[in-house]
Design a binder for this molecule. Structure first.
Ligand code: DO4
Ligand code: MG
Length: 289
């Protein structure tokens, strides 16, 4: 199995490398994910395929560069629409956006606000209920070409969004609210991405307190459509990562707590595992450097 990985080395915070069977290798001409996303897909694919001789040592981190932007799409699965209508005081907006041509797209995170696999995700100390959102994220270059897939946990303060959809940014953006990883699977290595299985669970101590499955086949929008709207009236000089929305949402009586472990598996893409902590401080800066 090969993948595009980002590692911390002794001298670089976000070094992009090729992962092959447990080892990392330099990719000619690129040192960050932003370098990758400034190349055409065909050019990058050829460089990636040449890589495999110069080993690089480091520890796996979130697949981002210092200047990456991470965006989210919302209400792209029927389950997300239904769950939001159930929890919201203003349910109509979710029904309307589910049916509209224009998708809901929102700014989610920067690199500093993003953690990788095995790092901690956060819940807001001032939220009453918090949930994980297991999602497939697409990695897109500056030319709007899809380079690969990764996994996003779009952590959400459920009661804050439920109180008023205009509180979305506060429900979605706070310390540790975004996890990505473990790596990026190149799109050309995934035989058929249209129906990939997505599984998620929350473990509390020795118990699984929630578990659910869906498939990319349930996604109500195409990747092409989401990319087209994201790039409308703006450009992404170093590409973008767009999380495509959640198709699995815990029931209303499940809320994350300190010490829970969230595991998201996407067929052919990998497994993203994060422990949950309440975040009065910036866990990314304090714990993941
Ligand atoms: O409408 C709010 C956010 C929706 C979302 O993040 C999702 O459906 O995944
Ligand atoms: Mg989401």
């Amino acid at each position: 199995m090969t993948a595009i990985a980002v590692i911390h080395t002794t001298s670089e915070k976000y070094r992009v490398v090729k992962y092959i069977d447990g080892k990392f290798f330099a990719i000619p001409k690129v040192s960050t994910l932003s370098d990758v996303l400034q190349l055409k897909l065909s050019e990058f694919k050829s460089l990636f395929e040449q890589a495999g001789s110069e080993e690089v040592v480091g520890s796996l981190t979130a697949p981002v560069a210092a200047d990456s932007e991470i965006w989210g799409a919302g209400v792209t699965y029927q389950r997300s629409r239904d769950a939001r209508k159930e929890e919201s005081g203003i349910p109509d907006v979710y029904q309307l956006v589910y049916e509209a041509d224009r998708p809901e797209l929102f700014f989610k995170a920067t690199a500093r606000r993003t953690v990788g696999t095995n790092a901690n995700v956060g819940i807001r100390a001032d939220a009453l209920t918090s949930v994980p959102e297991p999602e497939v994220a697409i990695v897109v270059n500056k030319y709007r070409e899809l380079i690969g897939l990764t996994i996003c946990n779009d952590m959400t303060s459920r009661n804050i969004e439920g109180e008023n959809p205009l509180y979305l940014s506060q429900a979605k953006i706070y310390y540790g609210s975004n996890a990505l990883g473990p790596m990026i699977r190149p799109i050309w290595e995934i035989a058929d991405h249209a129906k990939l299985a997505i599984d998620a669970k929350i473990e509390r101590g020795a118990n699984i307190i929630w578990q659910a499955q869906t498939s990319l086949a349930q996604l109500n929008r195409s990747f092409t459509d989401l990319i087209e709207y994201l790039f409308r009236c703006q450009s992404f000089p170093v590409g973008a990562i767009l999380s495509t929305g959640t198709g699995i949402v815990p029931p209303l009586d499940i809320s994350l707590a300190d010490g829970d472990v969230v595991t998201i598996n996407v067929e052919s893409v990998g497994t993203l595992v994060n422990k949950v902590v309440t975040t009065p401080v910036d866990i990314n800066e304090k714990e993941n450097l």
